[in-house]
Each structure stands twice: as structure tokens, then as C-alpha cells.
Design a protein around this ligand. Sequence first.
Ligand SMILES: Nc1ncnc2c1ncn2[C@@H]1O[C@H](COP(=O)(O)OP(=O)(O)OP(=O)(O)O)[C@@H](O)[C@H]1O
Ligand SMILES: [Mg+2]
Length: 209
Amino acid sequence: MMRRILVANPKGGSGKSTLAVHLASWFARNDEIVYLGDMDRQHSSRYWLEARPRHLAAIRHWEVSEEEVTPPPKHCSIAILDTPAGLHGKRLKQVLNEVERVVVPVSPSRFDMLATREFFEELANTKAVRKERVDIGVVGMRVDPRTHAYQQLREFLDQFDLPVITCISQSQRYLQAADTGITLFDNDANHVAIDSQWRPLLDWLVSRH
Ligand SMILES: Nc1ncnc2c1ncn2[C@@H]1O[C@H](COP(=O)(O)OP(=O)(O)OP(=O)(O)O)[C@@H](O)[C@H]1O
Ligand SMILES: [Mg+2]
């Protein structure tokens, strides 16, 4: 069964591309046929993919543009769509028709939470969400569950009827990915440093609807 995943939050810098490339490399490493698409004109995850060393687990390029998202090839098992800041309205509705899961990274800053509130409200009003054709999962990004910031994020998110799947801490480990096309998940196969932070997200993404 193909699983199509949208990574979205109209707030710039919320961690979409970081999440998208890490998920792609995790699933590729686990023998899935992974396609990564990038609707962003800045092509962050596309450049990441171009930089990716050939010997690593293959991630294929899913040809999409800002205007148009064509379905991924049929033999694909995991399709991940990275999206630009500011995605909303008609184009958001269109892409929601192409996926089953939506991952929304949220940073625990005031501005991020305010912008995300509008996004959640917009999502709640789309047909795909109302009819429960897509599942939305929130991921706290750059947030440590032991902190006050996490408490604030929790209180904010409690206002919405959306599951918080996991929180990913702020870490240098995610920075190197950008220029190298490599993620921490590409390290030695049997010793992948999947910590407790990523596991709930990976499980949720492949769980049944
Ligand atoms: N958990 C993390 N720890 C440390 N740095 C992070 C983490 N998540 C994201 N970053 C950094 O934050 C910056 C923004 O992240 P990213 O580019 O993934 O966001 P984005 O939502 O794709 O941004 P845009 O809206 O511009 O596309 C990047 O420099 C990235 O390396
Ligand atoms: Mg991005």
C-alpha cells in the first residue's frame, strides 16, 4: 500500500524540509521505495536530494511544482511532499487530495503558534479533513519535553483536537543534513540512532487509517 505524506506549515522555518528529508532517508533505509517531492520554489529538499551520495539508500525525485502535484509513480511505497511557506487556499486543498497523512511541525515560539493557529483553522475547514480522508499529526520541532516552552506548546495544542505525535529536540545533528544529502539515519544500518523521539512519528505514519 502506498503511503503519501504531506509536510506542511505555512510558517516559514518551522522545520518542514528538515522533517521531510529525515523521513525520506529513514524509510529509504528501511527498504521502502521512497519518492520525495518539493513544491517549494527554493527547492530545499530537492537540492538536498541532488547532493545525496549515490551509495546511500535511494530516494527518488517526485516531480512536482508549486502549481501542480501529479500523483507519484504506482510502484512507490512512501511519497513525501515538502511544501513551501505560505501554502494555503486552493493549492492547499489540491495537495490535501493527494495524500493520506499530514505532518505539521510546530516550533514553540509565540509567532509560530499564532501562525499555526490559522493553519489549523483552515485545515479544519477543508473537505479532506472534515471527511476524515486525511489524518493530521502535529510534531513539536526544536522542543524538549522537559522545558517550559514545551508546556506552552502543549497548552496551545490542547485547544485543537489534533494528536501531538512527538517532539524533536533542537540538535546540531539535523543541521548537517542540509548540505550533504545525508541524515543521521543514513549511518550504519544496524545502529541507526533512532531515538524515542522519532519512533512514534515513524510508527504513526505507517499505521492504518
Ligand atoms: N530539530 C532541529 N534542531 C536544530 N535545527 C533545526 C531543527 N529543525 C529545523 N532546524 C533548522 O531550522 C532551520 C529551518 O528548518 P527548515 O528549513 O527545515 O524549515 P522549513 O519549514 O522547511 O522552512 P521554509 O518554510 O523556509 O521552507 C534550518 O536551518 C534547519 O536546519
Ligand atoms: Mg523548507
